[in-house]
Design a protein around this ligand. Structure first.
Ligand code: ACO
Length: 342
């Protein structure tokens, strides 16, 4: 008897999901540590020794998250050899969306002409790209769509308080994207883990402009429209949760850290990456680091680093890649991917 074309109700159709293409967009304008030292009381020495950051990029005034996201998405689609009309789902991860609604994903859809897709945004701060990858992977694995475009796009220079040296030196703008597809590869995305803990929300947030504190003269005077962060606390939790997430994702894939070829951590602070490296037991060479050029670009951080690692030849067919992120919420996530394209 032939297999039915339509699975019976309740049947699960699970397919392996691969990353078929990546892309990135970084705005031209560079802000160096010396530039920041002219704005707030800081030094190049402090920023480099505490964070590893030397530069970050700043979007033009007319450039929103969707413009940068669409530019990264075009590259990812070209790398995958696909037209925008072949995309079934667009997920955009951002804490600096174009506006509360419509979603940045819908603006990206319009810019690309991806007329056969549905789209929505995810808010998971710096873990947003891994959250988007997990949701898209499940939509493809279960047969809901064949091709998904996932994007991390941020314009953080508009969300930091340029009078607060504890945050303004850390963040930059940019976007990264990836195309996920059911390609019939043996592995693709092998495992993942997501987590969050809302009890710690106050340690990292942008309180103004939502329904808790709708924008008013008062919220602006109180500077509630800018990001607030308890850096030292965030640091501690980031190290612990990123290690736990990576270990769980590896365990779920039936792998150990020795099986991993390249690690793409969220680039929030070089010292966080070094602390993770020591505890996970992976040599420095396995980590792909670009924090010195871009600073922290939140949801764009992992996909931009992934794209750079692929284009630089650091990730090759057959490699096992470990993605790890942590951000406001708190949120965290890790994913193990077997790279199955040249
Ligand atoms: N220049 C000079 N001095 C500074 C600056 C600066 N830019 N910023 C802070 N300082 C001072 C502080 O005022 C403090 O001075 P004090 O001792 O006189 O009070 C001193 O430096 C030490 O401050 P700490 O906050 O303890 O510095 P720390 O070593 O913890 O570094 C940092 C701060 C870089 C923010 C670090 O804590 C960090 O990276 N935290 C994690 C950030 C992160 O991971 N975010 C994740 C996600 S972001 C997201 O989801 C959007």
């Amino acid at each position: 008897m032939n297999a039915p074309l339509i699975p019976p109700a309740g049947a699960r159709l699970l397919r392996t999901v691969s990353i078929a293409g990546t892309g990135a967009y970084i705005p031209e304008k560079v802000l160096t540590n010396a530039d920041l030292a002219r704005l707030v009381q800081t030094t190049d020495e402090w920023i480099v020794s505490r964070t590893g950051m030397k530069e970050r990029h700043m979007a033009r005034p007319d450039e929103a998250a969707s413009d940068m996201g669409a530019a990264a998405a075009r590259q990812a689609l070209a790398a995958a050899g696909l037209a925008p009309t072949e995309v079934g789902l667009i997920i955009c991860a951002s804490i600096t969306p174009d506006m509360p609604f419509p979603s940045t994903a819908c603006f990206v859809q319009r810019l690309l002409g991806a007329t056969n897709a549905y789209g929505f945004d995810i808010t998971a701060a710096c873990s947003g790209f891994i959250y988007a990858a997990e949701v898209a992977k499940n939509a493809i694995a279960t047969g809901s769509v064949d091709t998904a475009l996932i994007i991390g796009a941020e314009r953080l220079t508009g969300a930091v308080d340029w009078e607060d040296r504890t945050t303004c030196v850390l963040f930059g703008d940019g976007a990264g994207a990836a195309v996920l597809r059911a390609q019939g590869a043996p592995h693709g995305i092998r495992s993942s883990i997501l987590g969050s803990d809302g009890r710690l929300a106050e340690l990292l947030m942008l309180p103004g402009g939502g329904s808790r504190h709708p924008t008013s003269l008062e919220t602006i005077q109180q500077r509630l429209h800018y990001m607030k962060m308890s850096g030292r606390e965030v640091f501690k939790h980031a190290v612990t949760k990123m290690i736990e997430a990576a270990q769980t994702a590896l365990q779920r894939a039936g792998l150990t850290i020795d099986d991993v070829d390249v690690i793409i951590p969220h680039q929030a602070n070089l010292r966080i990456v070094e602390a993770i490296g020591q505890r996970l037991g992976a040599p420095k060479e396995k980590y792909f680091i670009n924090i010195e050029k871009y600073g922290n670009i939140s949801a764009a951080s992992v996909p931009v680093a992934l794209d750079e690692a692929v284009r630089a030849g650091r990730i090759k067919k057959g490699d096992t890649v470990l993605l790890i992120a942590f951000g406001g919420g708190f949120t965290w996530g890790s994913m193990v991917v077997e790279w199955d394209r040249d």
